[in-house]
Design a binder for this molecule. Structure first.
Ligand SMILES: CC(C)(COP(=O)(O)OP(=O)(O)OC[C@H]1O[C@@H](n2cnc3c(N)ncnc32)[C@H](O)[C@@H]1OP(=O)(O)O)[C@@H](O)C(=O)NCCC(=O)NCCS
Length: 322
């Protein structure tokens, strides 16, 4: 039994922030951002992460044409949850007003969250434990950006992408997830809980803003992007000719172009929407996948690869048969 994505869904926030809008509040310019990243605009939301996840869930449930009460597990991948607890997945279950009590939990693998989620869902479905899973990547990154840090604030956007995954005779073929832990401070979001009790030493509490060593992350991303693609192809005795589409994490066009050049893959195979949405972390891969799916480009039996990297430093790749 395999785990198959039977439908994909999206939620795009209501506020569009262009590079020109950013020019008005920080020392940057449209041409620099486009040249270094490929990003032209991003979406910011007034909703919290679970509300965006819920909107995306409603979209995917409708497209999957399933009864929402058939869902037997909900996982939300996010590094920007509404609360420490309850989880966003708990909130989504509540908002969906399901008739039965089902398990729901969050995972945090930053921008690789959706691929980590796929690996978990794959294991659960292949073992026969669950039959219909809702997997959402949802992020509210605008709230953890320091708009005085132009090297970071220009990169990210909010949004939520989702999938319904069911047991089937075809679907996910192989998923590899990993973490390069020795570089785990190159991309960091501190939590700003006051660390002060009557019984422990008080510690300095930093604001919860994304901190990044851009060049270090760039080097890591290009290396693991190429390595992951090569590995998944080799493990499954395929060539890139066998792959219809590659849906990469939408961090930076230069990272994608590096892989295209190194691996000599046809550019048309890469799905790119970062110009319109920026880096939406765990929402990035499912949003791009849903865009591809909505364009009607995916055909039964197509082999596609999803690949991502992010804070952790995490990375992951999944090969699917549509
Ligand atoms: C962030 C990133 C775009 C910066 O590009 P870069 O080529 O490394 O740029 P640098 O940080 O070396 O800065 C080059 C110059 O541009 C300036 N600069 C930085 N941000 C700028 C901005 N938004 N607008 C204009 N100038 C900017 C720097 O101050 C620096 O100026 P200086 O040479 O006078 O000191 C790039 O490092 C990157 O994409 N890294 C990966 C980030 C990523 O994908 N993170 C998410 C992973 S999930």
């Amino acid at each position: 039994m395999k785990a198959k994505i039977i439908a994909t869904g999206s939620y795009y926030p209501e506020i569009t922030v262009t590079n020109h809008d950013l020019e008005k509040i920080m020392s940057t310019n449209h041409d620099w951002i486009v040249q270094r990243t490929g990003i032209e605009q991003r979406k910011f939301s007034n909703h919290n992460t679970s509300q965006m996840a819920y909107y995306s869930a409603v979209d995917v449930i409708e497209k999957a044409k399933i009864d929402k009460n058939d869902i037997d597990l909900i996982i939300v991948a996010t590094f920007t949850p509404d609360h420490f607890s309850p989880s966003c997945a708990n909130e989504v279950a509540k908002k969906l007003e399901l008739k039965k009590d089902i398990p729901s939990f969050d995972i945090n693998a930053a921008c690789t969250g959706f691929i980590y989620g796929l690996k978990i869902v794959q294991a659960f479905i292949e073992s026969g434990m669950y039959q219909t899973v809702l997997l959402v990547g949802s992020e509210n990154i605008s709230k953890v950006l320091d708009f005085d840090d132009r090297g970071v604030a220009i990169l990210f956007g909010d949004g939520a992408g989702s999938a319904i995954i069911q047991a089937s005779d075809r679907g996910i073929i192989d998923t590899v997830i990993a973490n390069k832990a020795d570089k785990n401070k190159a991309l960091l979001v501190p939590n700003n809980v006051k660390i002060e009790t009557p019984f422990t030493h008080n510690r300095y509490c930093e604001p919860a803003y994304v901190q990044m060593n851009g060049q270090e992350v760039f080097k890591f991303a290009t290396t693991v992007f190429v390595k992951s693609l090569k590995e998944i192809i080799k493990r499954n005795n395929l060539t890139f000719e066998d792959i219809e589409y590659i849906v990469p994490h939408q961090a930076n066009l230069r990272i994608i172009e590096f892989a295209i050049k190194m691996l000599k893959i046809d550019r048309e195979k890469f799905v790119v929407n970062l110009d319109k949405v920026g880096n939406t972390s765990a929402a990035s891969v499912p949003l791009a996948l849903d865009e591809l799916n909505e364009q009607g480009k995916l055909k039964k039996g197509d082999k596609i690869i999803l690949v991502a990297f992010g804070s952790g430093l995490t990375y992951g790749v999944s090969l699917l048969e549509w």
